[in-house]
Ligand binder design. Sequence first.
Ligand code: HEM
Ligand SMILES: [Cu+2]
Length: 652
Amino acid sequence: MGFFSRFLIPNPSPVIYSSMVAIGVTVLLIIVGITHFKKWFYLWSGWLTTVDHKRIGIMYLISALLMLFRGGVDAVMMRAQLAVPDNKLLDSQHYNEIFSTHGVVMILFMAMPYIMALMNFVVPLQIGARDVAFPRLNAISFWLFFMGAMLFNISFVIGGSPDAGWSSYFPLAGNEFSPHVGTNYYMIGIQIAGIGTLMTGINFLTTILKMRAPGMTLMKMPMFTWSALVTSIIIIFAFPVLTVALIMGTMDRLFATKFFTMTDGGMDMLWANLFWVWGHPEVYILILPAFGLFSEIIPTFSRRNLYGYRSMVASMVFISIYSFFVWTHHFFTMGQAAYVNSIFSITTMVIAIPTGIKIFNWLFTMWKGRIRFTVPMLYSIGFIPLFTIGGVTGVMLAMSAADYQYHNTMFLVAHFHNVIIPGVVFAVLGAGTYYWPKMFGFMLNERIGKWAFWFLTIGFCLAFFPMYITGLDGQARRIYTYSESTGFGPLNMISFIGAAFMAISFVLIVYTIYYSIRHAPRDVVGDDPWDARSLEWATHNPVPEYNFAIIPQVNSRETFWDAKYKGHELFKGDYEKIHMPNNSGVPFIMSCIFFVFGFALVFSIWFLAIIGLIGIFVCMAHRSFEIDHGHYISVEEIKETEAKFGGVNKWK
Ligand code: HEM
Ligand SMILES: [Cu+2]
């Protein structure tokens, strides 16, 4: 292929051309806007170079919301295409690209950063720390994630999108069946983002083990911190497998190695195994922090401590270990022996037990509580029955013999959306509302938030429950249309209407944010607007740069609650100067070079790749020779800030 023709979209359509124009215009508008309001310096010094875990958390949050829209538009297009039989809205190739990018974007570039946003923002506050263990590494992690996501997203306008599904099975993903550069984007975009995630895992493991406030033993840690700890450990074990699999896949595509070919000693099942050895734990990387968030929200709005703390921790640890022993349930039908299937059937079903324990603990927490039906609590209450349905259909899929009937049908699509939407999406939306005042100092509008919740929940049921039926009747997934005679039409139309409801709910969520920025009262929420129980609520709103002027003394699981109602003294002693890390432009610049490097690899532009690689090493070398001891915040400055906020022990 000629040099320039590789940059063209292989399968262009009016939709793509108009999106290209829209993207171009938006980028231009943003640049003009920033220039007009003279915000470049603010952007650079306040955000692009920041190493503050709170700001990094907020940047993750914004990226996740953007990607929610990208993935959501894909979802609506798919449902529109399937709404009626023999539809011609999208052609098959375009449909392949859409479900592939939808899956990747939703899992890796929406759900993951959403979880990372909350981990970044909440965990250091919850353990009474001033930042994460490696603040600069944290910035690198974010920027690598961001650049990986952007690289993946430009596949849409330059060169063509991946089309082999989010699991990118070989030989489908090999050059023979996927000749354009789409899958290169997949391999390299995810690789760059994944390296960032791996470093986040290491960072949070260290942070949680090393930086807890005095007195906070492991068994006194708040539940969300526990979930972040367990998640970090899963990341550290799972992501290297992905890294290696992606390297091998990239080599197969760029250098014609034969790891995953059907001939010449290659083995396509090797990809399936490696992918799911990472991929199955990955879904627990998403769901465990979500469980942690529900465990924060439910006690707060039930005005009661969490029921069964120890069993919550134990079940989480158990799930994390077991998540590595079930991956084969993703290919029951790909020809392994019956006894292998039986073993993995059983290990898969066993996961339902600890999960069930958690469900009962949440129910018991609410049982004797006095419930307040706020938006975060609505999401948590909605989660319980819906997630349980998703869990039950998961056990159905785990029966390997029965799976021969409904694998690769819409039944599966219904199942995993049924766990991931009520589980992860509800959790991050609920927690986003819950932590909003901590992040920004004002509340989100509850009325619009409740509308969004109901649209999402009803839309969800309408969109996905019909798929259980069409799936059992044999409607295959990843197929762009079906004929009239199948009779799938009416149920798919209902799904489409449900998807439209969900789209409305996302618009409402953005509207709540917009409305609240404009109209929500400021300076009235106080530090603890929900009457909560753990340490993150013991600092001010919004949180000052140093988090805590004095490091708190912990002596119970719900230290802040005890400080408020049982007279426990949280902050003892005087102000001392506080050491904080300096901002740095290197993480951002290095990640930009990573982007260029990745882009060069996608199109096999070797000289540019080599320049990029050199650039990356120069950045690293620069860091080794740099002398940077951070800076101190003086006692006067702390006093000034604290006076403005009302002092450390002001709730007394
Ligand atoms: C607005 C709500 C959503 C709708 C209407 C929707 C719709 C769909 C549809 C119709 C498919 C199947 C395409 C096919 O097999 O032919 C699909 C696949 C998928 N969705 Fe969603 N989805 C939604 C939200 C999400 C979310 C929130 C996530 C994850 C966090 C997600 C992850 C996935 C994944 C991983 C696939 C599989 C892609 C593949 O087959 O390679 N979806 N979605
Ligand atoms: Cu799995």
